[in-house]
Design a protein around this ligand. Structure first.
Ligand code: URP
Ligand code: ZN
Ligand code: ZN
Length: 488
């Protein structure tokens, strides 16, 4: 008998790529997609996908895992718990953070985070490097070497006391990114406005979680976006703005892109599915929905969807920031903290894909190819993961087989991460990831997880085309127009 032509053949699926949807078979050999067609030859393993939808594995490009937060608190997940939750929801690659805090040696930080990921991750992973202490050594030695070693994106905070950078420090960081080739990602909110609002609110007794949303005025996003966009223009350094929450923020990004600036953006499910009213609950319960920037208004949700439709935003990431609703996490400061003392963030790795499948495919907003674009091919392009994010021969066989009819009501009992709660509890989604394949291995089958901790692989990345400068220098940076000063 002839040997099977493929290791796996997924037969008669509705195959969804970022550009097309068609019925067909997908053959997998080893770690790669080997063929797409009709009537493919026999596989060692045959998966009947009649009535099912096949998409690329999700790429979640913004997740805080086993990380010391901006507020200085270690979040709840291990690499194993976070990535198991991701895999169960159809995500096969994650870009998390290696987070430097004041006084920390960046090279050591990255070595430490890398060791944890290598030991625990069940999906493929990379890091954005959080730089909070841009010393000479960090900027001149560690960062260039780390970018060369395949960490081609940097994250900077414009708020949070412990990690935020001043404008000059941001510019220093962007100059290194430009020289070495790296994307700069930014948490952009005006720190002073937030601190001032929060202090006034608390002084006057407005301490409940719902006031978190008032402490982050919309204009704090607007101001910080304008500032980072102009810094990007000054240095001709591409920037990705994380977790866009407002209509005005989306408009700034659209305008910047219209000017030809390389401004990229993500939003997150919590901004698409919640408004600030979600925080308004009895007692401290609202803490479960406290994240930054906060959820906004219905008009913002519409603007964010529109920005995704128009391509102004390239991805929807979870911003998974897991803190349990107990004294180890959200209630660290006691049972009745004021909103400033509550850790910011929600768990999201597990349900990002099902929530978006439901909204975009089952409920029909923009359809399957756009779902693939924002969950997989968009982040793959933005962060230069050329083997990931789509279904085509030669790419990594990261695949998700969906039952498009299965209805699931999300609840805390389903949660696989260590927060043991989901902010989406009670929402019913249509469409569920049944089988998840990571580089040719079936890692999720129904309820069963078959991936060993440590089987995920580091994704070494160069900068890629999104992170390349345009070459258009502002006059003051251009030696031909600035009396010959070489500044970059
Ligand atoms: O509330 C959030 N987003 N927490 C995580 C830290 C961050 O802002 O990236
Ligand atoms: Zn952030
Ligand atoms: Zn974040």
């Amino acid at each position: 008998m002839a040997a099977p032509a493929y290791d796996i053949v997924i037969r008669n699926a509705l195959v969804a790529t970022s550009t097309a949807c068609f019925e067909g078979d997908v053959g997998v050999s080893g770690e790669r997609i080997a063929a797409i067609g009709h009537g493919l030859a026999q596989g060692a393993r045959e998966i009947d996908a009649t009535g099912k939808v096949l998409t690329p594995g999700g790429i979640d490009a913004h997740a805080h895992i086993a990380q010391l937060s901006g507020g200085g608190l270690l979040n709840a997940d291990t690499w194993e718990s976070a990535t198991v939750s991701a895999a169960c929801g159809g995500t096969t690659s994650v870009v998390a953070f290696a987070a430097q805090h004041q006084g920390m040696d960046l090279a050591q930080v990255v070595a430490d985070y890398s060791a944890l990921a290598a030991e625990g991750s069940v999906i493929d992973y990379a890091f954005h490097l959080i730089v909070a202490d841009p010393t000479e050594k960090t900027l001149k030695e560690h960062l260039p070497a780390l970018i060369d070693a395949g960490h081609a994106s940097i994250k900077a905070f414009m708020t949070y006391d412990k990690v935020r950078l001043r404008d000059e420090q941001l510019l220093d960081l962007m100059a290194v990114a430009r020289e070495k080739g790296a994307m700069v990602c930014v948490h952009a909110e005006n720190h002073g406005m937030i601190a001032w609002m929060a202090k006034r609110l608390v002084e006057r007794g407005y301490v409940d979680p719902k006031y978190h949303s008032i402490a982050h005025p919309r204009v704090s996003e607007t101001e910080a976006f304008e500032r980072i966009v102009r810094m990007s223009a000054l240095l001709d350094q591409p920037v990705t703005i994380f977790h866009v929450s407002t209509k005005e923020g989306a408009a700034i990004i659209r305008r910047a892109r219209g000017e030809g600036l390389k401004i990229f953006a993500e939003t997150c499910p919590q901004y698409l599915f919640f408004t600030k009213e979600i925080l308004d609950r009895p007692g401290i319960e609202g803490a479960k929905w406290m994240f930054s920037p906060p959820a906004r208004e219905p008009k913002d949700q519409e603007a964010l969807w529109r920005a995704l439709e128009l391509g102004d935003f390239q991805t929807v990431s979870s911003d998974h920031a897991p803190y349990a609703f107990d004294e180890t996490g959200k209630l660290m400061a006691g049972p009745n903290p004021d909103f400033r003392q509550i850790a910011n963030g929600v768990p999201g790795l597990q349900f990002r894909m099902p929530l978006l499948f439901d909204a975009m495919v089952s409920k029909g907003r923009f359809g399957l190819s756009k779902f693939v674009a924002v969950t997989a091919s968009g982040p793959a392009r933005l962060y230069n993961l050329p083997n990931k994010g789509d279904i085509a021969p030669g790419l990594d066989a990261d695949l998700v087989l969906w039952d498009p009819k299965r209805q699931v009501t999300l609840e805390d009992a389903l949660v696989r991460d260590k927060t043991r709660y989901t902010p989406y509890a009670g929402m019913t989604v249509t469409g569920w990831p049944e089988t998840v394949i990571r580089r040719g291995d079936v890692i999720v089958e129904g309820e069963a997880l078959r991936a060993a901790p440590g089987s995920g692989r580091f994704m070494r990345r160069k900068a890629g085309s999104c992170a390349e400068p345009t070459g258009r220098l502002e006059a003051e940076l251009d030696p031909a127009r600035n009396f010959g000063a070489t500044l970059l």
